[in-house]
Design a binder for this molecule. Structure first.
Ligand code: CP
Length: 302
């Protein structure tokens, strides 16, 4: 049976750990010809820099070939071809499909239509499971464990698919504590709070973070996503609500790391970039090794 990765909950805790181990192996030795003779399609119906290019780097490092598009206007979707027909066609050509789409649920639908495995590279405000696996790899590398961590999620918790996936994955580990920092219009959706309550996991909600981040092991900043707002005035009111500055890190724990899925706009001041607590650029680099691991796991290459 084919294996898809659409929601982070499609993988078990054991699979998360297997991917962490494989990612470490690929970081040691990134160039392995495991995809020789295979064709991978990368279909990006929404803009991307890191996800598409790190997937394509991973595929190249594994010796595979790439087909696809970075802009749906260059595909027959612009002529009105349905997602159903696009996926049916591409699955004739490729051994695996990596897809980003603006509609929540589009990746699950593609997986139902496709006879070849599908990896969700982000579907609207829903899920971004491969980002979560690289976030977990980054947390494990910097903290030495995925257990007993105090994780601050800051910014757009309503539309932020990366925080939704991360919260679900980290809830599988021992004793996580979550602190949500968001304005009321961008607070964590109820379904995720209910999910945590049902698992007996503690979470706290805040509208300010300057005085409380001293307790954090991970500060996960997110961009307020202009493209998800239907009301531009509402976006203007919250777009610069949280800006992390280097001076705010003085009283934070020595082990704390600042993560961000990127791209950033203003939410992390550039004066943080030189701090040893800033980890977001290395986090993005970890995406290559983690995506090599995900492809390897899904296609049973090792
Ligand atoms: N983190 C992330 O998904 O970045 P891109 O939108 O550039 O792919």
């Amino acid at each position: 049976m084919k294996k898809d990765l659409i929601s982070i909950t499609d993988f078990s805790k054991d699979e998360y750990l297997k991917i962490m181990k494989l990612a470490a192996e690929f970081e040691e030795n990134p160039n392995q010809d495991l995809l020789k003779g295979k064709v991978i399609a990368t279909l990006f119906f929404e803009p991307s820099t890191r996800t598409r290019l790190s997937f394509e780097t991973a595929i190249n490092r594994l010796g595979g070939k790439i087909i696809g598009f970075a802009d749906p206007d260059s595909s027959s979707a612009s002529k009105g071809e349905t997602l159903h027909d696009t996926i049916k066609m591409v699955s004739n050509y490729a051994d695996l499909i990596v897809m980003r789409h603006p509609l929540e649920g589009a990746a699950r639908y593609a997986a139902e239509v496709s006879p070849v495995p599908v990896i969700n590279a982000g579907d609207g405000a829903n899920q971004h499971p491969t980002q979560t696996l690289l976030d977990m790899y980054s947390i494990l590398k910097t903290q030495g464990s995925l257990d007993n961590l105090n994780i601050f999620l800051v910014g757009d918790l309503k539309y932020g698919r990366t925080v939704h996936s991360l919260l679900m994955a980290m809830s599988e580990f021992e004793n996580p504590i979550f602190n949500f920092v968001a304005p009321p219009v961008l607070e964590m959706p109820d379904e995720y709070k209910i999910f945590l309550r049902e698992k007996g996991i503690k979470y706290y909600e805040h509208s300010e973070f300057t005085d409380i981040i001293s307790a954090a092991d991970i500060i996960y900043m997110t961009r307020v996503q202009k493209e998800r707002f239907s009301d531009p005035i509402e976006y203007e009111q919250v777009k610069n609500i949280y800006i992390l500055r280097n001076s705010m890190l003085e009283k934070t724990r020595p082990n704390v790391k600042i993560l961000h899925p990127l791209p950033r706009v203003n939410e992390i001041h550039t004066d943080v970039d030189t701090s040893e607590k800033a980890y977001y650029f290395t986090q993005a680099r970890n995406g290559v090794f983690t995506r090599e691991a995900i492809i390897s796991h899904i296609m049973n290459l090792k």
